[in-house]
Design a protein around this ligand. Sequence first.
Ligand SMILES: [Zn+2]
Ligand SMILES: [Zn+2]
Length: 456
Amino acid sequence: MEGLSKVLEKALDILETRIICPSCLGRQFALLGHGVANFSRGLTILDFIVLSAHTTYMEGEKEEDREKALKILYAAFKSGSKLAGTTLEKIIGKEGDLYQKFEKDYGEVCWLCEGLFSRLESLALKVVKEGKKVEFETFLIGCVVNPLLIEREDCLRAEYGLVWGESLKSELNREVGKIVSKLAGKGVDFNRPDVVFLMDLVSDVVEVKASSIFVYSRYRKLKVGVPQAPWFCKNCKGVGCDECGGSGRRYETSIAELICEPAQELAKGVGWKFHAAGREDVDALMLGSGRPFVIEVKNPKIRSVDLKLLQEKISEGGRGIIEVDSFRFSDKEEVRRLKEASSMAQKTYRTIVKLENEAIEENLKVLEEQFSGVNVSQRTPTRVLHRRTDIERIKKVFSLKARKIDRFHVELLITTQGGTYVKELISGDEGRTKPSVAEVLGIKAECLELSVVSVE
Ligand SMILES: [Zn+2]
Ligand SMILES: [Zn+2]
């Protein structure tokens, strides 16, 4: 059996100059034999070495071979083989103090991991203790280890041509994970764990990071004058100055804050993100069936948030500005779909438009015809040019319905593709949007009121 002698020879060579714990020894041969932990694999190899060394000790003809066999037995014993220990006990009487003889050649702990793999249980206990601070069902373990250990392992593999090993880190993570799983009654999940524990073995701390939770609903905005995202003072960029009365803000609050802050509070999270299917302007309402959105709460301590309570808290704090439907749990994929869908979605806006001259009924009919299923070219609006790149977008206007209110005012119901700049569609933005309501009517037109009445 060439394979057997290959494994044993390499292991023997390693033990000649080092103590190596069963985990570290077994790990060098991790790809050989399936279904056992490296620790057991390492013990088996050690025990074979004991048998082999004991044979040499009893039958070896040269004194130096018998001496070497004893040394190997000692190393195997110090590495963790019980068989070596009991074997040595029998021999020791005859051989005097082996310890004095060999201990100068070896250290006291595993040369490779310095005893790390004998502390798995206490590492796991530390993780479990940290885990009590957060709610989770599934977890994953990661670690930071002293780079010196990794380097040692690399050197060992190069020196002895060991090609069947796995990495120290992956064994450590897995073995601690098994114990944590048992102690805490939770499952390991490699793809989407609720929490990740990071064992930093250099600074001796365990950090826990919970993955974000996501909840979905729809909102209606019932009052104008509130932006969707927080809007900070342009002058001081949020620090606070005379212009903004020290608040650092252009608008006191936002839809995102009114919705996300209660969620963060209930989930005891650290930070949030508001993902909505599109946006409306500060001075536009969002009515009808509401706009779909997902709240992401980062690093939450509580995952099983009471969604009914969340809805209540949002309407309490919403001050009549917003209203939300009931919530359900969601995920990252839905956020992605939401963003994709929002540029495709059809949105219907109700606008009140002020005209420079009196509108003639006939012209309104022309307007409706012109904007039935037409592509509109829009350059980035002048009003947002300072913060957005100047590019051209093509957006579809599906339909437009016009109704005269009085001499100079008309109501327009416009259904467009998501992301259309509606105010510019009306005013033409000095020719940057083509065609526009103003252009078709041949007079100046200004959007006075804008609300979203439906999002598909
Ligand atoms: Zn070790
Ligand atoms: Zn300011």
